[in-house]
Write a protein that binds this ligand. Structure first.
Ligand SMILES: C[S@@+](CC[C@H](N)C(=O)[O-])C[C@H]1O[C@@H](n2cnc3c(N)ncnc32)[C@H](O)[C@@H]1O
Length: 283
């Protein structure tokens, strides 16, 4: 019989060369298999999982050692304090994207505004805004599978009545509707820089990553379409890769010359998103 502590030690050894956090990954995978919390594992190191449980853990460990992200193996990822269903059809929501939600919350306050989330993926931004504010949110995505997951996340989080997800190209599904807030975390990795296996990012959908030759192809198209869709005092929040932020600012300046642009940093201190509003730029 193999104990939890021994199983974790074996899993950690297996993942040592492929993961930056082998022990944490092994813990998460074993906790998932045993349907327990990580704290429970720590407190029950002498307990002995069944043979099928150990085998299930070993199968997950083998996939993780080939680079498959833990979130896909668990089927779930945390974002802004909530758990979101994720699989290989959607980008795993990133902590830096939480800044967009912070900005959205500050802007919306307690107003029932209309929000558009372009390239919604798992619906992480859209569902969180709906959960944190009284806004109603329209989300679009080119991927039918992503829209299915976004709908399921909205249902699980109890915000389906204020989340409307549609399959389609950028803003095409919303026609001529107007919005008070537009958020977008569109694919922004330059095509030549997309990671390859076993990098975990290579397991994420290419259509969620590939931003064309300079990373800004989709943002160019979005900014062409956006001006008639935003209300006069609207706020627009666009996330991008730090090196592409100056290029994105130039595209925004030409599409929305009367708006002020503020470049905002992420938790790592890197230029990460643009805050575009009719107010004065903040720096
Ligand atoms: C970087 S992911 C962001 C997902 C989610 N908003 C988030 O922050 O986790 C970009 C998303 O844009 C979608 N996408 C790519 N091209 C698109 C297009 N032309 N129109 C709408 N969505 C698109 C992808 O399918 C993907 O779900």
């Amino acid at each position: 019989m193999t104990s939890i502590a021994e199983t974790l030690a074996q899993g950690t050894a297996l993942l040592r060369d492929s993961s930056g956090s082998p022990y944490a990954d092994a813990q998460l995978l074993l906790a998932h298999v045993l349907n327990r919390g990580r704290e429970w594992l720590v407190a029950h190191g002498d307990a002995t999982p069944s043979v099928p449980e150990i085998q299930a853990f070993q199968r997950l460990g083998a996939k993780r050692s080939r680079g498959v992200p833990v979130a896909y193996l668990l089927g779930s990822a945390g974002f802004y304090g909530r758990e979101f269903l994720v699989n290989e059809n959607v980008l795993i929501p990133r902590p830096e994207t939480e800044h967009l939600v912070d900005e959205a919350r500050r802007f919306i306050g307690d107003r029932p505004l209309r929000v558009l989330d372009v390239g919604t993926g798992s619906g992480a931004i859209a569902c969180t805004i709906a959960a944190e504010t009284p806004a109603s949110v329209h989300g679009t995505d080119i991927s039918p599978a992503a829209v299915g997951i976004a709908n399921e996340n909205a249902r699980r989080l109890g915000v389906a009545d204020r989340c409307h997800f549609c399959v389609g190209d950028l803003t095409e599904p919303v026609g001529a509707q107007r919005f008070d807030l537009v958020v977008a975390n569109l694919p922004y990795v330059p095509s030549a820089e997309i990671a390859r296996e076993p990098d975990p990012i290579a397991y994420e959908p290419r259509e969620a990553l590939d931003g064309g030759p300079d990373g800004l192809a989709l943002y160019r198209l979005l900014l062409d379409a956006l001006p008639p869709l935003v209300n006069p005092n609207a706020l627009i929040l666009l996330e991008a890769a730090p090196p592409t932020i100056p290029g994105l600012s130039a595209i925004v300046r030409s599409a929305l010359p009367h708006f002020a642009i503020t470049v905002c940093r992420d938790y790592a201190g890197l230029d990460r998103y643009l805050r575009i509003s009719t107010g004065v730029a903040l720096g």
